[in-house]
Design a protein around this ligand. Structure first.
Ligand code: G3H
Ligand code: 13P
Ligand code: ZN
Length: 305
């Protein structure tokens, strides 16, 4: 049997697990993620944003990703593709999956662009993730009021009209290291309604970093200034995975924090250090540790590749 990404999404939905989609934007982070997944014998999605593709430079990024994909169960995904052209490019390169993020467009324009991507990608056997509702970041200076959550009725229409394989939903998560100003909650009532409209349909949670207090404290103790940083409580993420149809959880910020924590620690403790390998190898190890922790807590912990 071919154990492709679709196989794991189906399995995840049946068994109450999810796949971790972990963002990378340099070699050490990619290696840390893959090493962690290998050690746990777990499938993993390596996610690259448009910004990361530019930063790493496409050819380098693809070459490194393809080395990572030689490991069984490692899937390459385009995160938040904003145009048909970038999605097409990634489909043509041979990504396993692409996200077309038309969430900032009108409902009809979002349907139009998402359908166009899905039609193209499916001909080449590539999965497509769409987004409905708005998963904001604090930098957008937009608070998560009701108008940004995914509308369950529209979600059904969106999936039917576009043919997407998975749908990213807005239920109160947000991107970045500052997720809540007040109560730490997720809109499980909206999630339930979406699931009523779309039974057994695979859903995706973005902005799902936990922003652990111990990591923030350590970064601050080594000269950082992230005092009010906070993330999604683990128990809410567990509930979304175990009791709902969330099959993919996106995490970027926690890996950025892990890297930053280690680099700060090494440089502050060793002021004479000049060799980047001295701190980047420890940052890579920290990303691996974080990946393993997340796999144990949330992702495919029992399932083996
Ligand atoms: O969801 C967005 C990811 O965190 C990627 O962020 O565009 O800065 O690479 P980026
Ligand atoms: P975080 O900022 O919570 O890690 O979310 C990342 C994400 O959703 C990438 O698509
Ligand atoms: Zn995202």
């Amino acid at each position: 049997m071919i154990k492709d990404l679709k196989y794991y999404y189906n399995k995840a939905i049946k068994e109450g697990f999810c796949l971790g989609a972990l963002n990378f934007s340099n070699m050490e982070c990619l290696q840390g993620i893959v090493e962690g997944a290998k050690e746990m014998n777990s499938p993993i999605i390596i996610s690259v944003s448009e910004g990361a593709l530019k930063y790493m430079q496409e050819d380098y990024c693809i070459a490194l990703s393809n080395i990572a994909r030689k490991n069984k169960g490692v899937f390459l995904h385009l995160d938040h593709g904003k145009s048909f052209e970038i999605c097409k490019k990634c489909v043509d390169i041979g990504f396993d999956s692409v996200m077309i993020d038309g969430s900032a467009l009108s409902f009809q324009d979002n349907i139009k662009i998402t359908k166009k991507v899905a039609t193209y990608a499916h001909k080449k056997g590539v999965l497509v993730e769409g987004e409905l509702g708005q998963i904001t970041g604090i930098e957008d200076e937009v608070s998560n009021d009701i108008s940004h959550y995914t509308d369950p009725i529209k979600a059904k229409e969106f999936v039917e009209k576009t043919g997407v394989d998975t749908l990213a939903v807005a239920i109160g998560t947000s991107h970045g290291a500052y997720k809540y100003n007040g109560d730490k909650t997720l809109k499980f009532d909206i999630l339930k309604e979406i699931e009523k409209q779309l039974p057994n349909f695979p859903l995706v949670l973005h902005g799902a970093s936990t922003v652990d207090e111990s990591v923030i404290e350590k970064i601050n103790s080594f000269g950082g200034d992230l005092k009010s940083a906070n993330g999604i409580p683990k128990n809410l993420l567990k509930k979304a995975v175990k009791q709902h149809n969330i099959v993919k959880i996106n995490t970027d910020t926690d890996l950025r924090l892990a890297t930053t924590m280690k680099v700060r620690e090494v440089l502050i403790n060793n002021p004479k250090t000049i060799d980047p390998r001295d701190y980047l190898k420890l940052a890579r190890e920290e990303v691996k540790t974080t990946t393993i922790k997340k796999i144990k807590e949330l992702f495919f912990s029992k399932d083996k590749i």
